[in-house]
Structures are given as structure tokens and as C-alpha cells.
Design a protein around this ligand. Structure first.
Ligand SMILES: [Zn+2]
Length: 465
């Protein structure tokens, strides 16, 4: 199963280093300097004949779960693990069996007490919004997941660039119950962060999280300048290149999968982060938007949503849609080819999922007027059972329409993008299942033709009946 192996392996060379990040930033800036337009929707099909899944809004306040938490045991002591079905309480591992071994001996993790405490706190933070109990002493009752920190992977005959290994059900996307997860701490250095990120990444596989092409996500291989967190964003799957997500999922949202598998944390009523945004036109056609975001619990992601006379984009820092530099609590986004009157908001989410959105700001950009577009695009909404259907009609005099993308802004002010699905000649639509949150929704549709032109609709408000 080469695909499966690929999915559950984390490679050293693909993790962030400041040098790679700097290179990537330079390429991104070069790319936008050359690009005539920005915010081109990513080319995502609707899965060629597969069902077109609706966009489901996330509730702003998931109620605490009454079910017992999933217990995760972080084991720094090492030990002997036998090959077999996963059964952490009896040190039995499908990963060991998959490597054709009867048993492996994993040494204890080479971490001092203070660093270990940091690792435990960091893994807890990664899973703070989910219904888990993370402990570092072996539970007395069976029925837990174990993360074994130690060794190099050589014990399992794994290559030197593999940093961790976990079981993943890539066919059914079921949780691997009582799984044993490996973090090869002997080659992760003295700092806590890599041990934590590898542990969180591998743990996510147990709950059917795939690799995704959102650099800021813990489940991504792509380099990222800041700490990685699970992101509440629909992302493409893949390691370096897009490939279909496992189990036929149209896209992956790591937070939503983990909420579905683990349930929400019982912690609610957390104050939202503090967030502010300002923007300036640095030179013709370029806008630099600076977001300040802080939270005592830590910020998990920052998103800039921007629209002007030409374009629309909603970019979470690290997703590559807009160049973004994260320095401490400051996130700077660069928008190229800006024109007319810009309108923008920033969204910040803390580690437990509390959201803050700024009021909309405006800026006169006064760049070059937009070129006349060969694309004709009209949108409307249609009532449908279980929600609202966004509908678009699009055509281009320069070629066929290659893709259409819905940018849906929910009652929290969070924008999610998703490809629309073909519903007839030159027609696309997508069902949105609304959460019970009161408040206004709106959306923008982007259409790209086969010649590479992109057009965006005006923002459409959705009436609440
Ligand atoms: Zn992985």
C-alpha cells in the first residue's frame, strides 16, 4: 500500500526551517510581482462525478460534550512494543506489525523534565478544542491511545528522514482505536516544539486526518514560519502536490474532522482574541495589511479577507494565497494588483476555537482601473431544504469557464472557500447548510476561464427568514 505509507510518514526535509521559509517568501513575492491578477481560485474540481458535498457551517459555540474524553497517554519512558492489532494498554502496535516485526525496543525520550513538561503542555494546546484528556502517566484502565517518544525509527527499519509514524485508516476513515503512535525523539533535537508538532501530526492520523496543502496546519508537510496549529479551513490534500483526499473527501478541514471524531472540548465561554487590522498602499497596486492578534491561550490562525474593484481573496496566514509574514503577534499580508476602493476584515482564532473578527475597514487604493473582463458572471441564492443554495451563471468570450469558487462568510464573519458544482450548462451551485447561529451571511463567487482570466461577483447578502 504505497499510498498509505506515504500518508503516515513525516519527512524531515519537509519540515520548516527559517531558510526554506525565507526562500519560499522570496518566490512568493516574485510571483506576485509578475502576476497580473491575484486571488485566482485554486483549480479544484468537484470530484468528477462524485457527489457534491454541501458546505456545512461550523457553529460558533459547540456545546461541551457529555461523553467521556478520549484518553491520550504521552509515554516518555520507552518500552517494548509487539506487532499486532493496535492495543496501547498491552503495548501492541499495527505499525510494528506493518514493518514485519515481532517486537521493537524503543528507548526513553532524551528530554529533561522541563522540556518534557513543555511538550505535554504543547500537545494539550494542540488538542485543547477537542474532547481529549492528555496524560503522561500510564492510565490504570485500558482504552487509550499511546504516543511513544523515543528512538530514531531505525528500530522499525524506517529511513532517516521519517520523524514519526502512526496508523491511519485511509479506506474507511474510521478512528484507529487504542492506537500506538511513534515519535522518533532521538532525532528531533533538544527543543520541545518539534516533538510536539510531530506528536500532534501523527495523533491526527489516528483520527483520519490526511496531509493537507495548508502550510499553517499541523497536518501539512509544507514549511511554515510560525508554529503549526490545526486549521478550521477547507484545504486541498497532498504532501507537496495536490492529490485526492482519502476516503473520497472533496477537501479536508482538520478541525472539523477532529471535532467529528473527538467531539468538542467541554471548555466553553473562552474570551475571544484581541485583533485589529490596518492597511496602507505602499506603492501603486500594492496593499500591505497588518493584523495584530493576541490571546493569552495563543493564536491558532489569522485570516485576511480582502475585496476591491477587481478581486476578492480570503487568505489564512500560511495558506499561500497571499504572501504572509508572521512575526510574533504581527501578521503582514501583501495584496498585489489592488485597485479602486478596498474593503477588508481580519479574523483571529485562539487555540480553543474562540473567534474575533474586526469591523470592516476601507482604503482608497487608486491603482490601475480593472481591465474589461471577458467573463460574465451573475449570482443569486435559491432556497433549498437544509439551507441555502448559492447559484452562479458564468460564461467567457475567451474560453470555457474552468472553475468557480464560492467564498462563504458565515455569521461569525469567517470566510470559507469551496468549489461550486456544475448544475447545468454554464451554471454552478452549492448547497450551504447553515448553523443555528443568528446573523447575516454573505458570499462572493469567483470564476476562472480556461484562458486564465478571473472575475468576481459583488458580495451577495443572504436573507435570513
Ligand atoms: Zn503524516
Amino acid at each position: 500500500l504505497p499510498v498509505l505509507r506515504c500518508l503516515i510518514v513525516v519527512r524531515l526535509k519537509r519540515f520548516s526551517s527559517r531558510r526554506r521559509w525565507a526562500l519560499r517568501g522570496a518566490f512568493a513575492l516574485l510571483a506576485i510581482a509578475l502576476a497580473a491578477t491575484f486571488g485566482v481560485p485554486q483549480q479544484r474540481g468537484c470530484g468528477g462525478g462524485s457527489t457534491c458535498a454541501p458546505l456545512v457551517e461550523a457553529p460558533s459555540d459547540p456545546t461541551g460534550s457529555a461523553t467521556p474524553p478520549t484518553v491520550i497517554y504521552l509515554n516518555r519512558y520507552g518500552g517494548t512494543v509487539r506487532g499486532g492489532d493496535d492495543d496501547a494498554a498491552h503495548d501492541s502496535s499495527s505499525v510494528v506489525a506493518g514493518r514485519d516485526r515481532e517486537r521493537v525496543d524503543i528507548p526513553g525520550a532524551p528530554l529533561d523534565d522541563a522540556t518534557w513538561a513543555e511538550v505535554v503542555a504543547c500537545v494539550r494546546a494542540q488538542f485543547a478544542r477537542f474532547n481529549v484528556q492528555i496524560v503522561d502517566a500510564r492510565p490504570s484502565e485500558p482504552g487509550y491511545v499511546m504516543v511513544l517518544f523515543g528512538g530514531t525509527g531505525d528500530e522499525l527499519g524506517l529511513p532517516a528522514d521519517v520523524r514519526g509514524k502512526a496508523p491511519l485508516d485511509s479506506d474507511g476513515c474510521r478512528t484507529v482505536r487504542n492506537a500506538v503512535v511513534f515519535v522518533f525523539s532521538d532525532k528531533l533535537g533538544a527543543a520541545a516544539q518539534p516533538h510536539c508538532e510531530v506528536a500532534a501530526h501523527e495523533l491526527a492520523h489516528v483520527f483520519s486526518v490526511d496531509h493537507e496543502l495548508l502550510a499553517a496546519d499541523t497536518a501539512s508537510y509544507l514549511p511554515f514560519g510560525g508554529a503549526k496549529w490545526f486549521q478550521d479551513v477547507d484545504a486541498l490534500c497532498g504532501e507537496q502536490q495536490e492529490r485526492p483526499c482519502i476516503c473520497g473527501r472533496a477537501s479536508q478541514n482538520a478541525v472539523q474532522i477532529l471535532l467529528q471524531k473527538l467531539g468538542p472540548s467541554a471548555i466553553v465561554d473562552t474570551p475571544p482574541p484581541t485583533v485589529s487590522v490596518s492597511a496602507a498602499r505602499e506603492r501603486t497596486g500594492y496593499v500591505f495589511a497588518t493584523v495584530q492578534a493576541t490571546d493569552p491561550m495563543g493564536i491558532s490562525n489569522v485570516t485576511l479577507t480582502y475585496e476591491d474593484g477587481r478581486a476578492f481573496v480570503s487568505s489564512t496566514c500560511g495558506d499561500g494565497q497571499l504572501p504572509c509574514l508572521a512575526t510574533g503577534s504581527t501578521y503582514t499580508f501583501t495584496v498585489a494588483s489592488a485597485t479602486g476602493m478596498a474593503r477588508y476584515t481580519a479574523t483571529a482564532i485562539n487555540e480553543v476555537g474562540a473567534v474575533a473578527v474586526t469591523a470592516a475597514q476601507e482604503l482608497v487604493v487608486d491603482g490601475a482601473p480593472p481591465d474589461p473582463s471577458p467573463i460574465t458572471l451573475a449570482v443569486d441564492t435559491r432556497a433549498s431544504s437544509g439551507g441555502v443554495t448559492a447559484h452562479a451563471t458564468a460564461s467567457s468570450t475567451a474560453g470555457a469557464i474552468a472553475s468557480t469558487t464560492l467564498y462563504w462568510t458565515d455569521a461569525r464573519g469567517i470566510t470559507t472557500s469551496r468549489p461550486l458544482c456544475s448544475s447545468g450548462t454554464n451554471e454552478w451551485s452549492l448547497l450551504v447548510q447553515r448553523s443555528s447561529d443568528p446573523g447575516e451571511r454573505s458570499f462572493v463567487v469567483g470564476a476562472t476561464d480556461t484562458a486564465g482570466h478571473t472575475a468576481f461577483s459583488r458580495r451577495t447578502r443572504v436573507a435570513i427568514e
